[in-house]
Design a protein around this ligand. Structure first.
Ligand code: SF4
Ligand code: SF4
Length: 319
């Protein structure tokens, strides 16, 4: 994804800080954060709840993260204001929906306030296992097909942000959730210094610099998006498959992230992965790899990336 996306409603009302007023009114501010296991939903939720509490608001937070493995839905409700009675946000009452994964964002859209809700969503697509049942090379994936343009017609203000790519460019895919916090921060009336202080409470000490940079990028991205025209939008990440051939396959495994679970080894249709003597996944037979990406989709620890290099180049040429 090459550029920002924005909605016309956000352009007409710039600068828009709708939450600031609401948080000081009688009604609590409702922020729903959703994603899948391993993406850092709970960290976003905790940082926001901590920050709101530090500013004197009453805060209620609830979360469901039964599936720690990648592919399981994780969501968290954060409500804050002068007084909050219930920890859960009723359907249609979320002021802001922050989604760390595209399909999860769409799934939770009914919780957003009609007409005024703000939708901030990573275009990252994590295809769940049930969409990969057909392991034949080139088989189509079952996954949502809605585009950002279609989604924006249903929300008050909508942003499809390629946070994962931005985090990758910072050298750490795992700070994508903080890129989204940066985007979220532009809709809430807390200062940059307060956000940065909150972040430093919840990220590992050695990644503070990367996380603060990710936060800054998220804020800047929203500012740029508010000034962009709808025509400047880029499409949501398209999932490339072997059907996009010709392509060359490159399987990238990050050993430090591999937890030796063996899932990729068992799921690979071509049996070209194995655990080495240190029980870290490795590509044993690269010539057999078709680039189906099942190992990437199903690794619970994001340790595998499959690059279909020629297809990417072709798409870039088309753009
Ligand atoms: S690469 Fe991922 S799926 Fe494969 S063994 Fe390591 S953690 Fe498990
Ligand atoms: S290594 Fe990964 S991309 Fe290659 S065939 Fe196996 S599952 Fe598919």
């Amino acid at each position: 994804m090459s550029g920002p996306t924005t909605s016309r409603s956000s352009l007409e009302n710039e600068p828009k800080r709708p939450v600031a007023a609401a948080a000081n009114a009688r009604e609590p501010m409702n922020v729903l954060i959703v994603g899948v296991g391993g993406q850092g939903v709970i960290m976003v939720s905790k940082a926001l709840a901590w920050l709101a509490q530090s500013k004197g608001f009453e805060v209620k937070q609830s979360e469901v993260h039964g599936m720690a493995k990648r592919g399981g839905t994780v969501f968290s409700h954060v409500r804050f204001g002068p007084q909050v009675w219930s920890p859960t946000i009723p359907k249609g009452e979320a002021d802001i929906l922050v989604a760390l994964e595209w399909a999860e964002g769409l799934r939770w859209l009914p919780y957003l306030k009609a007409g005024s809700g703000i939708f901030i969503c990573d275009t990252k697509r994590i295809v769940p296992p049930f969409s990969c049942l057909n392991r034949r090379p080139g088989a189509p994936l079952r996954y949502s097909r809605e585009t950002p343009s279609e989604v924006r017609t249903h929300v008050g203000e909508g942003y499809a942000i390629d946070a994962t790519r931005m985090a990758e460019e910072l050298g750490n895919e795992r700070v994508a959730n903080v890129v989204l916090i940066g985007a979220l921060s532009t809709a809430l009336d807390f200062s940059v210094a307060e956000w940065e202080n909150a972040l430093t409470q919840f990220v590992p000490k050695k990644t503070v610099a990367a996380n603060l940079e990710a936060f800054r990028l998220g804020r800047e991205w929203i500012d740029t998006a508010r000034k962009a025209t709808p025509e400047a939008e880029a499409p949501v990440e398209r999932i490339r498959t072997p059907a996009d051939a010709p392509y060359s396959v490159r399987v990238e495994i990050t050993p430090e992230w591999c937890k030796s679970c063996d899932i990729c080894v068992k799921i690979c249709p071509e049996r070209c992965l194995r655990l080495n003597s240190e029980r870290i996944a490795e590509l044993a037979e690269p010539a057999k790899c078709t680039g189906c990406r099942l190992c990437e989709f199903l690794c619970p620890d994001f340790a595998i990336r499959v690059h279909l290099d020629a297809a990417i180049d072709q798409e870039g040429a088309k753009a």
